[in-house]
Design a protein around this ligand. Structure first.
Ligand SMILES: [Zn+2]
Length: 161
């Protein structure tokens, strides 16, 4: 029996460092910190890539875009999303829908969630209705509560092309 759906999950964290903005979901958000990362440190898109790769058991973003590779220094993570999507399409799959939760105390994510949905839908070539971006805090607890970094979780469903 062949199964015509696959599910994947992704999780990512980056610590804050010096800087004046963070990239979340492909959207530049002004902040009093930046993130420490080899690429642009976009936890939303990294979690999404891991969910997409995970759905087909293709490993993770670190395998496909290793930090040791100078090509990815300061990379726009939207390129990772598009490359992961191409991998899925090569194998006869596409993202049916995805649901992403951003976890941080600051910056405030809610006002940017719609813009993130539009970026992701554009990169995946799917309807905005199929892309959910939600934001939550950890009620001041833990590293996100202490404003030391930002985390994101993603799940995605793949369907046959
Ligand atoms: Zn990351």
């Amino acid at each position: 029996m062949s199964i015509d759906i696959r599910i994947g999950h992704g999780f990512d964290v980056h610590a804050f460092g010096d800087g004046d903005h963070v990239m979340l979901g492909g959207v530049r958000i002004a902040h009093d910190r930046g993130v420490l990362a080899h690429s642009d440190g976009d936890v939303v898109l990294h979690a999404l890539c891991d969910a997409m790769l995970g759905a087909l058991a293709l490993g993770d973003i670190g395998i496909h875009f290793p930090p040791s590779d100078a090509r990815w220094k300061g990379a726009d993570s939207r390129a990772f999303v598009r490359q992961c999507d191409a991998l899925l399409h090569e194998r006869g799959w596409r993202v049916g829908n995805c649901d992403i939760t951003v976890i941080c105390e600051r910056p405030k994510v809610g006002p940017h969630a719609q813009a993130m949905r539009e970026v992701i839908a554009d990169d995946l070539g799917i309807d905005v209705d199929a892309v959910s971006v939600k934001a939550t805090t950890t009620e001041t607890l833990g590293f996100t509560g202490r404003r030391e970094g930002v985390a994101a979780q993603a799940v995605c469903l793949l369907v046959r092309t």
